[in-house]
Design a binder for this molecule. Structure first.
Ligand SMILES: CC(C)(COP(=O)(O)OP(=O)(O)OC[C@H]1O[C@@H](n2cnc3c(N)ncnc32)[C@H](O)[C@@H]1OP(=O)(O)O)[C@@H](O)C(=O)NCCC(=O)NCCS
Length: 327
């Protein structure tokens, strides 16, 4: 008499491994394919990226799950986070593999990853997919498979976003006279923290709005600014801006280097509608260009039309999209 399989994975004839060392993780992830065909999705599966990310602790063995079937790799998932954090920010690495039931295998991987991360104390797990800009009309075949697996594993779309890039070929943006830009002393600078907090009001950003439903705004601001150092720091180029009358306009963050990020652009509610987002972004992009930027990347929600227009006005072009799912 056959006994019932112990777990869904067993009934699918896959076993899921969570490696215990960076070397083991690298060996398990080597040779993965993203199939989404965008610069960021293709980058995260490269050996070069993975080796650096494990060395920097942006990736960890315990944030990797791989499915094995009869000695073949049937699918892989991995997360990304800050070196000092115990939990990843996002799961961003997905290899669907080539098995005929790959959607089910990915579902099992995502279920297992979610259960493990929740057991470790992460309240909500977020997946970021990076499909091409035209994904709604012309999705790469892997996208419906990934979305189906995510939905079957209990995830739903929080927001769809656009990813923009500026390169020196676009030319340096002009910066209008009249704004004064002041440096900040650190992510906990009270002037910066106050400016950041004030930009939450009336925000069009889905992540901000969702967090504010359950979090104290000042606490959230402090935590997010501390986190921002990990992807848009150090704070050398972070600025708070004032208008000609000395009133606070907003803030902008970003990092120096060859491949860099626009961290955040925010205008306080009473100053909105004067195109200041464009000016803040133009200032930061110029600063980054002067500090050797060959590529600056920034993202915003599809619904955040003023921010999208600011990217376009500064000479950014759309590089890809992003679909954020939470579960
Ligand atoms: C996105 C943001 C920086 C744009 O501010 P801005 O530079 O004042 O925007 P613009 O001057 O280009 O505004 C264009 C239009 O959008 C409107 N607008 C700007 N921000 C708005 C908001 N949050 N809610 C509703 N309408 C807004 C303006 O009033 C203006 O309307 P009008 O054309 O009828 O006069 C600002 O909304 C903000 O700080 N939001 C919170 C932070 C954020 O989302 N940052 C981007 C994430 S990286």
């Amino acid at each position: 008499m056959r006994t019932a399989p112990d777990s869904p994975e067993e009934s699918m004839h896959v076993s899921i491994t969570r490696p215990s060392t960076p070397e083991e993780a690298l060996a398990l992830l080597r040779g993965a394919r993203s199939e989404l065909g965008t610069p960021i999705a293709d980058l995260v599966v490269t050996d070069e990226h993975l080796t650096t990310a494990f060395a920097n602790r942006n990736r960890r063995p315990e944030w990797v799950w791989t499915a094995d079937r009869d000695g073949r790799t049937a699918g892989r998932v991995a997360g990304w986070g800050a070196p000092a954090n115990d939990q990843p920010w996002i799961l961003d690495f997905f290899d669907l593999g080539e098995e005929p039931d790959r959607v089910d295998v990915m579902t099992a991987l995502l279920r297992r990853a979610t259960a493990d991360l929740r057991a470790g104390g992460l309240e909500q797990v977020e997946l970021n997919l990076f499909p091409p800009a035209g994904w709604r009309d012309d999705p790469p075949p892997a996208l419906p498979d990934l979305l189906a697996a995510a939905k079957a594993a209990g995830f739903e779309i929080l927001v769809t976003r656009r990813r923009f890039r500026w390169t020196p070929a676009a030319g340096l943006p002009s910066v209008r006279d009249g704004l004064r830009f002041e440096p900040v002393s650190g992510p906990d600078d009270p002037v910066l923290a106050d400016a950041y907090l004030r930009t939450f009001q009336g925000s069009l950003d889905a992540h901000t709005r969702r967090s504010l439903r359950t979090r104290d705004a000042a606490e959230l601001a402090a935590e997010e600014l501390a986190d921002m150092v990990n992807y848009a720091g150090p704070v050398d180029g972070w600025r708070v801006a004032y208008d000609a009358g000395g009133a606070l306009v907003g803030l902008v963050t970003g990092n120096p280097g060859a491949k860099v990020f626009t961290g955040y652009v925010g205008v306080v509610p009473e100053q909105r509608g004067h195109g200041y987002a464009r000016e803040l972004l133009a200032w930061m992009t110029t600063w980054q260009a002067e500090h050797g930027a060959e590529k600056v990347v920034g993202e915003t929600d599809d619904e955040n039309v003023p921010m999208r227009r600011a990217f376009e006005a500064v000479g950014f072009e759309e590089e890809s999209a992003r679909i954020d799912l939470v579960g």
